[in-house]
Design a protein around this ligand. Sequence first.
Ligand code: UDX
Ligand code: ADP
Length: 463
Amino acid sequence: MKITKICCIGAGYVGGPTMAVIAQKCPHIQVTVVDLNSERIAAWNDDDVNNIPIYEPGLSAVVQEARGRNLFFSTDVEKAIDEAQVIFISVNTPTKTYGKGKGMAADLKYIELCARQIAKVAKDNKIVVEKSTLPVRTAEAIKSILDNTGNGVQFQILSNPEFLAEGTAVSDLMHPDRILIGGDTTEEGQKAIQALVDVYANWVQPENILTTNVWSSELSKLTANAFLAQRISSINALSELCEKTGADVNEVAKAIGMDSRIGSKFLKASVGFGGSCFQKDILNLVYIAKSYGLNEVADYWEQVIIMNDHQKRRFSNRIVQTLYNTVADKKIAFLGWAFKKDTNDTRESAAIYVANDLINEEANIVVYDPKVALKKILSDLDYLETREAVSNAKHITSFPDAYSTCENAHAIAILTEWDEFKTYDWQKIYDSMQKPAFIFDGRNILDGEKLKEIGFIYQAIGS
Ligand code: UDX
Ligand code: ADP
């Protein structure tokens, strides 16, 4: 089966970049990305390619090249489903906020809606690909809906989890460590797998394309994220011990990272991991383990989240304690709001929780993030439902540049590791602040010695 038309449901952080790269690498395949959110689709279609809704280094150039040629963004979901041979499902799967599994299980209502829509529209055989991170055995549920509500056509369900990290999405997609495709062991299943393998083979080496059964593929995605997050919680746990003992967590990370069995990546102590995946996927894993009665397994992985929550809270506590046990009416400048650099995504960003804690203490927060606007910051805080929206708006605002953000501040907190923070004129910032001037470096990116020479009281994570 030769694929010539692909449809992707969901034009978000996964669907958008992934389809843009597939379209760029496969000019012979027509790729249509659809979304219910017409504002988002309009932004993807904006004449000025710099206005696409997702900020990712290199992405606008890829979109520029392929859009209108073989890459299309549309709100006409049914037409795109009807025409495509392969349908990727890339819709959001947030953690449930209600009912059974609340706060733990993935909310699959958007996935189910997609499956029902595909079943309704499809008039010929389709390959349906799970791209969003999903709990193990979701493919089975999708298949059941498709087979029982469809028009009698055949569906093959593949799991093809996305491993891209935001901020490096384009290069991750162009040079993936591996492409993982899970499918049925039947002859039809194998044919579907091969059809998708052939798409990726346009730019990925065969030895980097891995095929498995559906469940292994689904579980591998959760496991990869759990392992990555676990490394961060492990080094963050040690960062607290370093602060007590006089060890330096950066030195410890370097020393252990040189052991080739451990490796040096993902050992950066921080204010805590964020992003749409780590917490959600671990909670998913915990929920699945519990549902099979595997309580020790569930507890083991849940500790990664508990540690991460502790790390965020510890950071805000440290700010309050250091500022003489009160931040009430004090100006705290936040540099960074995104959950990591080079993205405008703020989902689960540590900044949200630290800000929430400090607002509980009546602090006034001013934020500067090169890619995040006040509207998003406020909606992130309101989403926590800690207090009235007017009260959030009273306590937090943002400025368009770092220098005005820091003016008259009692303290600066670094929440995101944006490169530009390292290049600032820190003497100028110091001169404009209240004294003593504090910096809490939640990302360990600044030169602490230099800042201390200027006169700052500098506190990093884990030293
Ligand atoms: C992650 C996985 O890396 C990716 O493979 C998967 O597809 C989706 O989830 P993402 O969340 O986009 O990607 O970014 P990632 O680079 O993993 O960072 C996640 C969080 O961990 C960020 O808040 C980051 O700042 C933090 N982090 C990362 C650390 O605190 N220390 C580290 O050493 C690495
Ligand atoms: P991710 O990080 O997984 O890509 P996003 O929230 O950025 O998550 O993107 C998911 C997108 O899926 C959103 O733009 C949302 O509007 C879209 N979406 C959700 N359900 C449907 C649906 N049934 N049909 C079309 N689009 C949908």
